[in-house]
Design a binder for this molecule. Structure first.
Ligand SMILES: [Zn+2]
Length: 240
């Protein structure tokens, strides 16, 4: 029995090393394209997001290296990087976390119904405690998707930690601006229905609301409950 476990462990290790090598040696070049839709699609010549930058990082080494889930369409790659650049000035003290993107060739992904064309991204919800960014929960990896918040945006594990709605609004505005400069637009934001009022009540949230970006108006209970620790955004090509 011990021997079998050892062999299985070794095979898993080899697979993880092999997958990691694929991401580490990957080179972004040219332009991406896709076929199909976010819920049934394929991505060609994808771009791999950097694991980290000045004010952002990817949320899970497992998701990035072993699962290869940090690929996006080239237009979205440029959009995400330029939005983070803007946030260096609009949210100077905030470190952002990028969550799951897409597989290298698009298509189905574990735990997601969409994310199939490289134009969908999950962003980790920024948190705040006593006026300062709270980053303790940013390091939970895939377990972060399980965090829960009440309808006022307070974390169930610690009610003094709340969603930083102002920063969230600033980030979405920077994404909207950057998307337009890169031939994309925000097609849909999936964000827990009960938390929309809090988001649109902040100073920047009011500006965000004026832009008329489409936020899902009704969600099934499971999908709704999931979209509080992160916000999901579907982008689309302006010309399509
Ligand atoms: Zn998503």
């Amino acid at each position: 029995m011990k021997k079998i476990l050892k062999v299985i462990g070794l095979i898993v290790l080899i697979l993880i090393c092999g997958m990691t090598l694929l991401q580490v040696t990957y080179k972004n070049k040219g332009e991406s394209s896709y076929t199909g839709s976010v819920s049934k699609g394929k991505l060609y010549n994808s771009y791999l997001m950097p694991y980290s930058g000045k004010n952002f990082s990817y949320f899970s080494p497992m998701s990035y290296y072993a699962m290869g889930n940090a690929y996006v369409h080239s237009k979205l790659y440029h959009t995400l990087l330029s939005s983070y650049k803007v946030c260096e000035h609009t949210c100077p003290d905030i470190k952002f976390k990028l969550m799951e993107c897409a597989n290298k060739k698009g298509g189905k992904m574990l735990i997601h119904r969409t994310h199939q064309t490289g134009l969908s991204v999950d962003f980790m919800t920024p948190l705040i405690k006593n006026g300062k960014q709270k980053r303790l929960y940013d390091h939970m990896g895939l377990g972060h998707y399980l965090l829960e918040f009440d309808d006022r945006g307070r974390l169930s594990l610690d009610k003094n930690v709340t969603i930083d709605f102002e920063t969230l609004a600033k980030h979405i505005i920077s994404l909207d601006d950057a998307a337009r400069k890169n031939g994309l637009y925000i097609k849909k934001v999936i964000w827990k229905i009960e938390l929309k009022d809090e988001l649109f009540a902040t100073n920047t949230g009011k500006l965000l609301k004026k832009r008329g970006i489409y936020f899902a108006k009704a969600l099934g209970p499971e999908i709704n409950a999931l979209h509080d620790d992160h916000y999901h955004i579907d982008f689309a090509l302006i010309s399509k």
